[in-house]
Design a protein around this ligand. Structure first.
Ligand code: SAM
Length: 299
């Protein structure tokens, strides 16, 4: 019996050894397959090490300049994001209550390419987009004069937003000049329908004309520009319209008693920039998506 048991154990041991061999065989090819990869490593380590080193040293060099450029572009993209945020804040929060007062909504931009414009200066005109209402208020806040003697003129009046915001002040008259027929029609409808209870000036008129053909009004006036033209290339009349103000709301206040009368210097009105108070400057820097500049005529 013992001999039988021994024989059985022997066979079992043999069988187990066979199984163990079979199990071991498939495992062997696996390490063999990756072995070609490790082989070159020693070679590379032995001789051509200096070759890969330049590649590695190029990478840090390439990174040495980008950090400055990268931080600059990060600052630029942060600025852009902030501008976008400011535009949304004005459109959705600050402008919303006044936008409801317009018969024809003024907030939608309009490309000049789709509009009817007779003037050759259409090539120099900026597309229509309205001034944010608060930015307009902040520009006018910098003029302490009693407006009752002044005529307000918006050069490039669009759908009439700035004109009707001006009409909330007691100007003697409010005028607008717009060269796109469809925008002029919208302005006319807005003037006709604006709530009279909000208008401290009801002498409001918009003309369909190229702004460069329209001279400044007689008497004391506030000339308003919100980014009407692209370049300094506009040909024609008034000096204001040739200034080509860019992405900026500008109000220029002129008073006849301060103008030079007669002589060749008559048309050269000297304007000085009105410096905003520190509080206003901070408010504009932080909250205005557009630069705001106010000028006043000098003696
Ligand atoms: C940026 S929009 C300003 C709209 C309006 N002033 C406001 O603040 O809501 C500029 C306007 O100027 C008008 N424009 C551009 N060049 C002009 C020109 N030479 N004569 C009259 N209007 C012009 C455009 O048609 C456009 O409506």
């Amino acid at each position: 019996m013992d001999a039988d048991r021994l024989a059985i154990r022997g066979r079992l041991a043999e069988r187990m050894a066979q199984i163990a061999n079979k199990a071991a065989k498939p495992a062997q090819p696996q390490p063999r397959a990756p072995s070609p990869a490790p082989q070159p490593r020693p070679e590379a380590a032995a001789a051509p090490r200096p070759a890969p080193q330049p590649e590695r040293s190029e990478a840090p060099k390439a990174q040495a300049t980008p950090p400055a450029a990268a931080s600059r572009s990060r600052i630029e993209s942060l600025k852009e994001e902030y501008q976008t945020l400011l535009h949304r804040l004005h459109e959705r929060v600050f402008d919303a209550p006044r936008e409801q007062l317009f018969f024809v909504p003024t907030k939608e931009p309009a490309a000049l390419s789709g509009l009817t414009i007779a003037s050759p200066n259409r090539a120099f005109g900026h597309d229509y987009r309205p001034i944010p209402c608060k930015v307009f208020d902040w520009a006018l806040d910098q003029i302490p004069e009693d407006f009752s003697e002044f005529t307000f003129v918006d050069y490039g009046a669009g759908k009439g937003r700035a004109m009707l915001l001006a009409a909330e002040h007691p100007f003697a008259a409010v005028a607008g000049v717009e060269f796109a027929a469809e925008l002029h029609d919208n302005a006319q409808m807005n003037i006709a329908q604006y709530p009279r209870s909000n208008m401290r000036c009801r002498n409001v008129e918009c003309v369909l004309e190229d702004a460069v053909q329209v001279g400044p009004p007689e008497g004391a006036s506030v000339h308003f520009f919100f980014n009407p033209v692209r370049t300094r290339g506009v040909r024609g009349g008034s000096e204001q319209s040739r200034d080509g103000l860019s992405d900026e709301a500008a109000a220029a206040l002129s008073h006849p008693s301060r103008r030079r009368r007669g002589g060749p210097g008559r048309r050269k009105r000297r304007l000085a920039r009105v410096e905003p108070s520190q509080v206003d400057e901070l408010k504009l820097k932080l909250l205005s998506p557009h630069a705001v500049t106010v000028y006043r005529s000098l003696a």
